[in-house]
Design a protein around this ligand. Structure first.
Ligand code: SF4
Length: 442
């Protein structure tokens, strides 16, 4: 199985806590769509397995015009289908990329484990790519392109949900962008999962962190998406926001539980360097919540969601049975994925690779078929570290064979780790000190 991640970096405005790669240059959206398609056509051969998930993340993918999304999606779905139905993997001789790991990148540890990092941070830390050299066929690229055109002509103009089949196709959306027309168009073009960046149902907190929407718009956005036919909806919620009280958080969690949604991702606020919120903090102009309250908020969240049928399948993710994010799960279980777009990361099980984090530079390079991503080779030790770090984030945990069980014993005795037969997993209490546990077990 493999996935495709498409980074859409456009945002209407910048949120005060955000340090992701994003831009307000909305006038470049169409050029960007063409650049994504050019990159995908150049790199399709790097996917070695059928594509099971496609994820449009950002930035704000819902800021992309419907026609641009449709254009990208048609290209991706067509490529994914060709892989799915192909008896042989695609085999092209040359790759425009060069491997150049540097000593600096080899030993970087980009993960943020304890407070759950916002997902774009997560994407940028993990994403990877497929450079497996087994993918060589004798079909020249020009042959491949012409057969793709023929294939396109044989199909309807737009991929239908039937054509998309079993692919989990997610679009991240901001509440203010979700209109009945857009939601219907997204559903009709094949998106079957919507991830809505709500963050809070408290207008004062939303204003403080620089979000564009109100609580009422957030509620309306979910209803609009459901009315358009989305039955696999995730929302993001943030806690430990400046001056946030336990009562405010409880209200957020209870509202979320009454929305009829299938998935909730939660993020404890991190004051990232260089953000507007961090500057306010350093100027003593806002009140951070203390660590003890943040832990209580997390415990309340876990208690309420699990009592209401949600499975706590990853430190910051909860899903009704069968509704976990298949795409994000692939990041935690060592599945290869291809990242497209500015600053997007890819992974092939052995290398991590990332594109230039510059909008104009990315568009120029991609359209000229001259992208030259940086590539980091993962040593056996790197891969072992990642297995332990990522495994312990999940309810499946990590294989006992991957850790020093003598060091795990005290945590098992204190109820911070749980014995699951062949594996060991963190408990809710263990998640509070996950960084320390991981450091100890490695
Ligand atoms: S948090 Fe999301 S919407 Fe806000 S600026 Fe960052 S990428 Fe854009």
């Amino acid at each position: 199985m493999s996935g495709i991640y498409i980074h859409i970096p456009f945002c209407k405005s910048r949120c005060r806590y955000c340090d992701f790669f994003s831009t307000t240059q909305l006038e470049r959206r169409e050029d960007y769509a063409h650049a994504i398609i050019a990159e995908f056509n150049d790199r399709l051969h790097l996917l070695t397995e059928p594509v099971h998930t496609i994820y449009f993340g950002g930035g704000t993918p819902s800021q992309m015009p419907v026609e641009c999304l449709r254009m990208i999606l048609e290209c991706l779905v067509d490529g994914a289908k060709r892989l799915q139905f192909s008896a042989q993997p695609y085999t092209l001789h040359s790759t425009p990329y060069t491997l150049h790991p540097t000593p600096d990148t080899l030993h970087s540890t980009p993960y943020t484990l304890h407070s759950s990092a916002p997902r774009s941070t997560y994407h940028s830390s993990l994403i990877v790519h497929n450079l497996k050299n087994t993918l060589h066929s004798s079909a020249p690229r020009s042959t491949y392109h012409s057969s793709l055109i023929v294939h396109n002509l044989k199909n309807t103009l737009h991929p239908s949900p039937d054509e998309i089949g079993d692919i989990e196709l997610t679009l991240e959306a901001n509440p203010g962008d979700i209109t009945p027309e857009k939601a219907r168009a997204w559903r009709e073009m094949g998106f079957n999962r919507l991830s809505i960046g709500i963050q809070s149902f408290d207008d004062d907190l939303l204003h403080l962190i620089g979000r564009r929407h109100t609580a009422q718009e957030a509620l309306q956005a979910v209803a609009t998406a459901q009315a358009a036919g989305f039955d696999n909806i995730s929302i993001d919620l943030m806690y430990a926001l400046p001056s946030q009280t336990m009562e405010q958080w409880q209200k957020d969690v209870q509202l979320a539980l009454h929305l009829g949604i299938q998935h909730i991702s939660t993020y404890g606020l991190i004051y990232e360097e260089g953000t507007a919120l961090t500057k306010l903090l350093m100027d003593n102009r806002l009140q951070p919540v203390d660590e003890e309250l943040e832990m209580r908020m997390y415990d309340y969240l876990v208690g309420q969601l699990t009592a209401n049928g949600f499975l706590h399948y990853e430190v910051s993710n909860f899903a009704l049975p069968g509704r976990h994010s298949r795409h994000n799960s692939s990041y935690w279980n060592d599945t290869p994925y291809l990242g497209l777009g500015a600053a997007a990361h890819s992974y092939d099980g052995q290398h991590r690779q990332w594109n230039i984090a510059d909008l104009d530079g990315y568009i120029r390079q991609a359209l000229a078929h001259q992208l030259s991503p940086e590539i980091e080779h993962l040593s056996d030790e790197d891969r072992h570290t990642e297995r332990v770090m990522l495994g312990l984030r999940t309810s499946q945990g990590v294989a006992k064979a991957d850790i020093d069980m003598h060091k795990a014993k005290p945590y098992l005795e204190q109820g911070l780790l749980e014995d699951k037969g062949e594996r060991v997993a963190a408990t809710t209490q263990g998640f509070h000190i996950l960084n320390r546990i991981i450091e100890d077990l490695l």
